[in-house]
Design a protein around this ligand. Structure first.
Ligand code: TXA
Ligand code: MG
Length: 321
């Protein structure tokens, strides 16, 4: 975690280059979007993405939205569809996030999607966000730039209130115009409203030409159109198929061991016991060990800092299903 002073940058060309260089170096930069300020990191850099969770102090991993400069960039990371194209034409750039299946060879850190095989992606309309995405020339993962449990920031001052000293820089370009997070629509493949936000459901339905589904369990119910999405498919968390045993000092029987610190294992989350590195490796290593088809034993992880989020994820993975 960066504990030095947080730079406040403006929107001139030099400051944008500074912000882009910081992102390129794996640092965290908060930036304005039309909805709320985002806490950005290079979405391909697992350590940088792990640092987002550390800065926010989140006790669990939630998949993040990846921000790109245009539809062509989006197509590098997700399996595009006609419905996606229609919604993008109507609402991008803007306050709409689409959840689509990840594309092979996407190159993003597994921590961005929290191990899921779908990706939330959007093209923001804020000119400073777009300028930063062009300058950085990378996909930018960004949750709202607030500490966990606090309200979303709509000014650079809000960002500094919560995250000063924990991030490299904030790009200050005044208040956000929408002031509400983006609307999230799942397209896997039936359009489902996953989060209400800056684009109204009515406007989405007009663009789609039919009504939107709601996730099972949603107060508005799951209409016919959503029925092909089984509740399990909507679970927002990846879980390994294998049996998982926690707090293991050594493998037993057929197990593969995921190490940490002194406990080496078949793969290690971090040989030096660094929790940010451990978070960066977590989903990649779980996927890799899951592919062996053998049960997974996991070394003890301390319950401090990012260890809380790691243990939250591991506890869910180990829960009987
Ligand atoms: O307006 C916004 O969307 C802002 C700005 C910065 O773009 N970002 C934002 O991010 O609100 P965040 O992390 O606070 O919210 C992201 C939401 C979470 O509720 C997460 O569960 C959901 O997106 N999400 C991300 N990836 C997903 C996926 N693959 N499937 C379903 N939901 C996903
Ligand atoms: Mg948020």
């Amino acid at each position: 975690m960066n504990t030095s002073a947080t730079q406040t940058l403006g929107t001139n060309a030099k400051d944008l280059r500074t912000a882009a260089a910081l992102l390129g170096a794996g640092a965290l930069v908060a930036f304005p979007t039309e909805t709320v300020y985002g806490l950005g990191a290079d979405a391909r850099n697992a350590q940088a993405v792990a640092a987002i969770y550390a800065a926010k102090g989140r006790p669990s991993f939630n998949p993040l939205i990846v921000h790109v400069s245009d539809v062509e960039q989006a197509k590098r990371y997700v399996q595009w569809s006609d419905t996606a194209d229609g919604l993008a034409r109507a609402f991008w750039p803007g306050a709409l996030t689409l959840v689509l299946p990840l594309k092979d060879g996407h190159g993003l850190s597994a921590l961005v999607t929290a191990g899921l095989d779908t990706l939330a992606i959007r093209v923001p309309s804020h000119p400073t966000a777009i300028a930063l995405l062009h300058a950085a020339d990378c996909p930018v993962a960004a949750p709202s730039a607030n500490p966990s449990g606090r309200i979303s920031p709509t000014s650079a001052a809000h960002v500094l209130d919560g995250l000063s000293g924990k991030i490299a820089a904030v790009l200050d370009d005044g208040p956000c115009t929408v002031g509400l997070e983006s609307t999230i629509v799942g397209l896997t493949p039936v359009p489902i409203l996953l989060r209400a936000g800056g684009v109204s459901a009515e406007d989405l339905e007009t663009a789609l030409g039919h009504s939107l589904g709601h996730p099972p369990g949603h107060p508005l119910g799951a209409p016919q159109s959503a029925n092909i999405t089984a509740p399990g498919q909507l679970a927002s968390h990846y879980a390994p198929a294998a049996h998982v045993r926690l707090n293991a000092r050594a493998a037993r029987g057929d197990e593969v061991l995921l190490g940490f610190g002194d406990i080496a294992g078949d793969l290690t989350l971090s040989a030096t016991g660094d929790l940010i590195e451990a978070a960066a490796h977590l989903f990649e290593h779980l996927h890799a060990l899951d592919k062996t088809g053998r049960p997974i034993a996991v070394a003890p992880i301390p319950d401090t800092g990012l260890g809380l989020a790691i243990n939250d994820r591991l506890t869910r993975a180990a829960a009987p299903r």
